[in-house]
Write a protein that binds this ligand. Sequence first.
Ligand SMILES: C[S@@+](CC[C@H](N)C(=O)[O-])C[C@H]1O[C@@H](n2cnc3c(N)ncnc32)[C@H](O)[C@@H]1O
Length: 278
Amino acid sequence: MTVANRHDHWARHATQWSNVGPPLRPGHEDIAAVRKLVAKFGRDPDSRSLRALVLGVTPELVGMDWPSGTRLAAIDRCPDMIGSLMPSTDRQGPGRVCGNWLQLPFASGSFDLIAGDGCLTVLESTADHRHFFAELARLMTVNGRLVLRLFVRPTVAETPERVIADLQAGRIGNFHVFKWRLAMALVDEQSGAVAVADIWQAWNDSGIVPSELSESLGWPQAQIETIEAYRGASARYTFPRLDEARAMLGVNFDELSCLIPEYELGDRCPTLLLAPQS
Ligand SMILES: C[S@@+](CC[C@H](N)C(=O)[O-])C[C@H]1O[C@@H](n2cnc3c(N)ncnc32)[C@H](O)[C@@H]1O
């Protein structure tokens, strides 16, 4: 499938992206890690212009200050996300490609740097993860680098009841942290996956009224309502544990570093820097 189907909740998400925030979107620390890596490529006097690929259209990555001359492409399968988040028709801007990460339409060895934010979570199975990593390794130059922010579930699972109780007691910093903790608490241990529609269902079953939550915690109601994009969605999200993600990545890549950011839930949002195995 190269384009999103009509049940794809990303088309709905595209209309409300400005209300989505950390940890679902990368924070300063996460982007600083990518910037540092990119700067290293820029410093090599012998290096030709950087060829880089962003997986998705994450504005913080696509809009980063890439070294001049960088040939940047971004690939996402949802036309609405591309249209909303990368509306530019500027010929000098990044190349926009509508396509599936599981069938990347690029020649082997095409990129020095590939960056992605939360990509594993939106792929639906372990088999997809393995295929995805093999595809990324194929696309990279020998000295290339892959930088990926992951969403990983904790070693000891929380219960949805505990997460909802923490929300009601004011022990959670923002609605997106709540959404991710609830999603991870609902994961099936065997597959590491949760149906996106089930996240909405658990929220709905809690009986919490968005306007009342907004008033009691001072959170914008529009942020709380972002969860409506999950209602009836056909997609599944996967949240491997960090050791499971590392085991899959280890087939094609060597890990060079791991950044654990300091923001709330940062321990579940590591950024890995990886080199393809020769
Ligand atoms: C980069 S991911 C994660 C974004 C964000 N951190 C979050 O979870 O809310 C989101 C993007 O992935 C895209 N996407 C999901 N599965 C894809 C696939 N198989 N191929 C290409 N794009 C895909 C969606 O269309 C969406 O624009």
